[in-house]
Design a binder for this molecule. Structure first.
Ligand code: HEM
Ligand code: HEM
Length: 276
């Protein structure tokens, strides 16, 4: 799992570089005040626009760099640059546009860029928060070992249920065969399933204990304990799925939005030179 150190890469080199870029852009914007007011078509507008577009291309390149063992720099350095230069775009692209927004492809590029940056911040939060929670949830186990333990419990539960009334056998089988771990994207994102058959079995078994003859009480208690343990293991396995989905799921927003940004940017620049 990634440590916090990439943010501190080379003594905050990229944070310093980004701050420098932002301060220089703000100073130039204040000093440079054309008679017609600031807009993307002044020399400063072109400089800031070109710089912003170059940074976007560099950030997009992370997707390629991530998948190749060769190439300049370490992944830590690339990610550090990605985060801080991504941040600087908020200032550079906003000053480039001179706060002139409307219902057009230029503003679409800007909105998409902001959405990518926002999703990036969520990703950063996920990278620091979820790996720690994943370890805490699994402790010494792995996802596979949880499933194996559930399967062992199921064998024992099936044997115990055989000595109990049909209603209990049905509840047990329902828990064993119909409990889902994972499933649809929505189910993966939530660790609690409201209609979980294992939870239902635990609840109903508890109530049914009073209706049983003395001879079946001991077996019922054994089955109840097995189902309680099953419920705990299922909850941990679901939590693992949820945390892993949240750790990587945001990239399904970040990456398509990045590609949409690239398309809007190409349209923006093409439109500018077409109407020039
Ligand atoms: C991340 C990159 C960029 C973003 C988010 C962006 C966004 C914008 C926005 C929102 C505007 C204001 C549009 C309006 O006045 O309604 C604008 C204007 C402009 N942009 Fe960009 N831009 C980017 C890159 C570029 C590049 C690379 C160039 C050209 C080399 C460029 C050239 C211009 C020009 C000439 C204008 C003035 C258009 C006008 O007012 O008629 N931009 N840009
Ligand atoms: C316009 C701005 C941005 C663009 C175009 C962009 C684009 C990308 C791309 C293409 C990837 C590679 C994903 C993959 O292939 O798996 C990526 C990953 C990532 N981005 Fe961004 N990004 C931007 C801004 C940001 C910002 C501002 C942050 C943080 C504040 C951020 C955080 C991340 C993180 C944490 C990853 C995952 C890296 C990894 O899995 O190793 N991004 N981004």
């Amino acid at each position: 799992m990634r440590s916090r150190s990439f943010l501190e890469y080379r003594n905050f080199l990229y944070l310093k570089l980004s701050l420098l870029l932002m301060i220089a852009a703000i100073a130039a914007y204040i000093l440079h005040s054309p008679a017609i007011g600031g807009y993307g078509g002044t020399w400063l507008g072109y400089v800031l626009g070109t710089l912003s577009a170059a940074i976007v291309c560099l950030l997009l390149w992370l997707g390629v760099r991530k998948r190749s063992y060769f190439g300049a720099g370490t992944m830590q350095g690339w990610l550090s640059a990605h985060v801080y230069l991504g941040l600087s775009l908020i200032v550079l692209a906003t000053l480039h546009s001179s706060f002139q927004f409307g219902w057009n492809v230029h503003t679409l590029a800007y909105v998409l860029m902001m959405a990518v940056i926002l999703s990036g911040f969520y990703g950063l939060y996920a990278y620091f928060r979820f790996p720690h929670l994943l370890t805490e949830n699994l402790s010494e186990d792995s996802f596979e070992s949880l499933l194996q333990e559930i399967s062992k419990l199921d064998k024992l539960a099936r044997v115990s249920a055989l000595h109990l009334p049909d209603e209990i056998i049905a509840l047990t089988n329902n828990a064993i065969y119909n409990t889902r771990i994972g499933g649809t994207v929505r189910e993966q994102m939530r660790s609690q399933h409201l209609d979980c058959p294992t939870t239902l079995a635990v609840k109903k078994l508890h109530g049914l204990s009073k209706t049983l003859p003395m001879a079946q009480i001991k077996t019922h208690r054994e089955l109840y304990t097995l189902m309680l343990r099953r419920e705990t293991l299922v909850a941990r396995a679901r939590r693992d799925v949820m945390l892993r989905a949240r750790l990587s799921g945001w990239l399904f927003v970040h990456v398509p939005l990045s590609l949409a940004l690239l398309a809007a940017l190409i349209a923006h620049v093409t439109a500018i030179f077409f109407y020039w």
